[in-house]
Design a protein around this ligand. Sequence first.
Ligand code: ADP
Ligand code: F6P
Length: 324
Amino acid sequence: MAKEINTIGVLTSGGDAPGMNAAIRAVVRTAIAHGKKVKGVMRGYQGLLDEEIIDMGKHSVSDIIQKGGTILGTARCDDFRTAEGQKRGADICHKHGIDGLVVIGGDGSFQGAQKLAHLGVNTIGVPGTIDLDIACTDYTIGFDTAVNTAMEAIDKVRDTSTSHERCSIIEVMGRHAGYIALWCGLANGAEDILLPERYSHDEQKIINHIIDSRKIGKKHHLIINAEGIGHSTSMAKRIEAATGMETRATILGHMQRGGSPTCKDRVYASIMGAYAVDALVAGKSSRVVAYKHGEYIDFDIDEALAMRKDISEYDYNISKVLAR
Ligand code: ADP
Ligand code: F6P
């Protein structure tokens, strides 16, 4: 029989994502509903190692569900990648009586949670990243807000692109994952979508596509480029020189990570945060919350981290058909 959990800690780690606050709120309020104490760990694993730990009550999460960012702050912490840092982190959890910890973040943060679990701290991961690149789950907190923010910005670029009959390269976030680029490409009706998972580095193909589109009377040419491919500004110069079509690059950057979360992000974050606490209270540890085939479930953290996912070939092909 697992030891009863009395105090639940919560932290946010890695890149922030809209909806993280809704998840924190759900963790705190569900834990309190179970009669547990709650401690907030500030600034991810960095704050854990610096012992920036606060008591949290029902009202410490008032008025945050609609806010972007994370009230706990977040960080990337190299010390926590070391065995010494992880051991110190586990000791600090024990010292503060944290016997269950909810880690809201991406794959990297889950690896930290996995190490803490192996050192005797009960941990549950909640997927929070705008990149949608966590293999075990169909949904990650923040993706919906980020793609909607990017989509609205791209619509605006499209307007001016059409007026001036220009080509526009719009760079969206995603260093290793092209989900934001693919979704925006589909939603904004882009002529070309460049994904880190698929890019052939064949610029001539894009140039030919622009020339062909001009011949059939298209007034603009939108290219959604993922951050992982990058080089949008130099690409724009080369495309303009080769096609004679004025070309501009717009890099959307961190605006995609901020802003008030959409309804979908708030609701999924609320349920996933509550689910994580229910799992800890039920004696589970070393698990990751996921949304798969229409259901909330949990996976063993080692299994979750070993899973792989890829862009849907079908969706990618459709995007090409629709752009013709
Ligand atoms: P994300 O969680 O969004 O994927 P990162 O990959 O930057 O973001 O990871 C967030 C933090 O998680 C890192 O700064 C580090 O502190 C911790 N982390 C990442 N990988 C590991 C690892 N292999 N072992 C322990 N901690 C890790
Ligand atoms: O993981 C989310 C993300 O926004 C990625 O899309 C991007 O590559 C990275 O974080 C940027 O990180 P930073 O905030 O350190 O610039």
